[in-house]
Design a protein around this ligand. Sequence first.
Ligand SMILES: [Zn+2]
Ligand SMILES: [Zn+2]
Length: 81
Amino acid sequence: MDGADRGRHRDRDDTEEPAYCGHCGEPLVGRGGDPQDHAPCVRRLELEPPRYCPDCRRRMVVQVTPRGWTASCSRHGVTTG
Ligand SMILES: [Zn+2]
Ligand SMILES: [Zn+2]
């Protein structure tokens, strides 16, 4: 058995941690693992819909509705807010 050098396996649906900033589309964690400063983006996202899919960084199609907004990724479906 060679389990020692494998580390933990990664399943795609293991966790649902977002990888990208929904506002600017930059990775939330830089190379080297440093968290990037997206505090201004987070504040913007409280007021406006995300532009980028946090899972795949695709541009999302955003529609503002009377009750809020919907943002849809062609791969990951619709987010509402
Ligand atoms: Zn950002
Ligand atoms: Zn997506």
